[in-house]
Design a protein around this ligand. Structure first.
Ligand SMILES: [Mg+2]
Length: 298
């Protein structure tokens, strides 16, 4: 084991990891478009147009392009530091029920002997997500998102992490193995299936769009639960219809996190299924272990 990295071992109770995209999954809009873009004097559309044009012209990752543009456009307007980003994050609008969701679902899991952990996997900005009320209240086990390197004066200078749709999948493997630190190379070590902390069947991925497809596909393929959400006000189901037809997701629901909502019922059913299934899985593993030891194997 590489020293200095915290690694988590398999728990006595099953762990259900609920992973969320952020923009348009927990919040109705892109996080950058809820204060930052306006404060650098841009129309939202124009900011994204220019940022995407920069990406295309330079064969640049579109997340690196928006991060570059955020630094450039802040110049002369204000200091782009952690505090400014957290302030924008604190202003971000959330879908109904999001604020209370994480604690409530965790408590429901506990009642059913399932440890529920919430993870963010977003191409948005970690510093902004850290500024949200839920993050400050410790809702998330870990926030995987794009983030800046801040120089010695605390000003954003360079990308520390830029997370796009395919790199999002890396974090599912980290969660699976309990190797959560982004720099811990142990993520590629072999762990026998029965020792995995969060096997894929105990993962839920909630997202809204194309950028979530690799994660959804991975979770779905290995027996987990991918859920597509759509804006409960706009009721546009085009994307979720496409995703379910293409077998990216198993379910779709409005992004309504209030108690008694469709999503609430669905997650509770997944928790119950996990509780029961893992009792059977434990029994199987014990019987296998007994068989091996009777035969003098490890
Ligand atoms: Mg999204």
């Amino acid at each position: 084991m590489v020293p200095g990295f915290e690694r988590r071992k398999k728990e006595k109770m099953p762990v259900l990891a609920v992973c969320y995209d952020f923009d348009k999954t927990l919040s109705p809009y892109d996080m950058q478009a809820q204060g930052y873009i306006q404060s650098v004097g841009y129309e939202i559309e124009k900011f994204w147009e220019e940022s995407n044009a920069l990406a295309r012209a330079n064969e640049m990752d579109s997340n690196l392009a928006y991060m570059y543009k955020m630094i450039r456009e802040a110049e002369g307007n204000f200091v782009l530091n952690r505090a400014a980003l957290e302030r924008y994050g604190a202003q971000v609008a959330l879908f109904p029920g999001v604020r209370e969701w994480f604690e409530r679902i965790r408590a429901y899991g506990k009642e059913h002997n399932v440890i529920v952990e919430h993870y963010i996997i977003s191409s948005g900005l970690r510093e902004m997500i850290e500024g949200t009320e839920m993050a400050k209240n410790g809702a998330f086990e870990k926030i995987y998102a794009s983030s800046f390197y801040f120089n010695e004066r605390g000003v954003a200078e360079w990308p520390a992490q830029a997370i796009n749709y395919t790199s999002k999948t890396q974090f599912l493997f980290r969660i699976e193995k309990g190797i959560l630190d982004v720099n811990d190379p142990g993520v590629n070590e072999y762990i026998p299936p029965e020792d995995l902390r969060v096997p894929f069947r105990n993962m839920v991925y909630i997202g809204d769009s194309e950028t979530d497809i690799p994660c959804m596909k991975l979770v779905n393929t290995y027996g987990g639960h991918s859920i597509g959400v759509y804006d409960p006000e706009r009721q546009d189901k085009t994307k979720v219809f496409r995703m379910i037809r293409d077998r990216r997701i198993r379910y779709f629901v409005p992004a309504d996190y209030t108690e008694g909502s469709e999503l609430d019922t669905l997650i509770k059913a997944i928790i119950q299924k996990t509780a029961v299934y893992e009792i059977l899985e434990d029994k199987h593993n014990q019987d296998m272990a007994e068989t091996r030891s009777a035969a003098g194997e490890r």
